[in-house]
Design a protein around this ligand. Structure first.
Ligand SMILES: [Zn+2]
Length: 359
């Protein structure tokens, strides 16, 4: 079992933003949808999302403007998809076609949300999986694993308000953004404020949407997928040489010995090292979901608590962590890890700003 928890710098912002959201939600709850109060609620939520994203990206949002912000109350829309991941893969054969075939050929990819959110989240999941495996030399093996284990195993995006471990077949513990093993993958869409900010106070139990930060939900999906793929391929020989599990352990040991970790969370264990490396490798921005670690929080065996490692943040520094592709940062930090990722996933995806679909 593995869990996923990071984002300290960005999360500090949630404390401010979410309190505003919650106040507005309380007001909205007593009013039917479509009233002036509901519209005010949407405006406050959108403003909070905008301010959070502006801060997170270091002052410049990639190709979307304030009036484009989606409403979280009005259901899935092209605007929401664009907000969550404002990039389109470039230079690959059609990952959307692969995503469609994954949805049609397997029952692995699911959401527990009611429609139309079920369809939206299942498509999101399928596209994230397709982006990860479209160029992989092990693509056929991975898809075969999904098909073969269809009813017993699943990847699921939770409905709003559900928590990982509610669906996941493990004993309940504190909620997490995502969880995975060799056969399951579950990702939340909301998290309690106490998970995101230590000073949540009386609002600690209140749920806030994970897609406040563009790219984060997709990043968590690919982090958890990284765990699942590592389990599936653990004994598979890579490049005709050693088994993947052994190679991950060796790269992790080198990174720990020589200060080469890219993310703080990935420094915790070989499993988290590979999962975070997978998500970073597939991310158009190293900072899209990690933020910049502060290195202050004590975590046993880790040089820092969350976000990019201080070394990686410094490496990206002159360009700004909001503008460096994750794969490029890994190449700078630990070329041997980049080579291993390339052997498993193929070349890293290239992204361009996505054009928004018309309403
Ligand atoms: Zn993990």
């Amino acid at each position: 079992m593995s869990t996923h928890r990071h984002l300290k710098r960005a999360l500090a912002l949630y404390a401010i933003v979410a309190a505003t959201v919650l106040t507005a939600r309380t007001g909205a709850a007593a009013q039917p949808a479509g009233t002036a109060s509901h519209a005010t609620h949407d405006a406050i939520v959108n403003d909070a999302m905008y301010q959070l994203a502006i801060t997170f990206y270091g002052g410049t949002l990639p190709d979307f403007a304030r009036h484009d912000l989606p409403s979280i109350a009005s259901g899935p829309s092209p605007d929401l998809a664009h907000w969550m991941f404002p990039f389109a893969p470039a230079g690959h054969s059609d990952p959307r076609a692969l995503a469609r075939s994954l949805l049609q050929e397997t029952t692995f990819l699911r959401s527990s949300a009611p429609d139309p959110w079920r369809t939206f989240f299942a498509n999101l999941l399928a596209n994230a999986v397709a982006d990860a495996i479209i160029s992989s030399p092990f693509r056929t093996d991975i898809i075969a694993a999904m098909v073969r284990q269809d009813d017993r195993c699943f990847a699921v995006v939770d409905a709003f308000g559900e928590q990982t471990h509610q669906l996941f077949p493990f004993a309940a513990e504190a909620p997490h953004a995502g969880v995975a093993d060799e056969c399951h993958l579950e990702v939340a869409t909301t998290l309690p404020l106490s998970y995101l900010a230590t000073d949540a106070g009386e609002y600690g139990d209140a749920l806030v949407p994970m897609f406040l930060i563009p790219g984060y939900l997709r990043y968590v999906i690919q982090h958890e997928l990284g765990h699942t793929i590592a389990y599936w391929l653990e004994t598979t020989r890579v490049d005709g040489a050693e088994r993947l599990g052994q190679l991950i352990a060796a790269r992790y040991a080198e990174a720990t010995r020589n200060g080469l970790h890219t993310s703080c969370y990935g420094s915790r264990s070989p499993g988290e090292y590979w999962a975070d490396a997978t998500a970073l490798y597939l991310s158009p921005l190293a900072a899209a979901s990690l933020g910049e670690g502060d290195g202050n929080e004590a975590v046993t065996g880790a040089p820092c608590a969350s976000g990019l490692s201080p070394e990686a943040a410094a490496m990206a520094g002159s360009k700004g962590v909001g503008s460096v592709p994750g794969a490029h940062l890994i190449l700078l930090m630990q070329p041997e890890l980049y080579n291993l990722l390339e052997s498993v996933y193929g070349s890293p995806p290239a992204y361009a700003p996505a054009r928004r679909e018309s309403r």
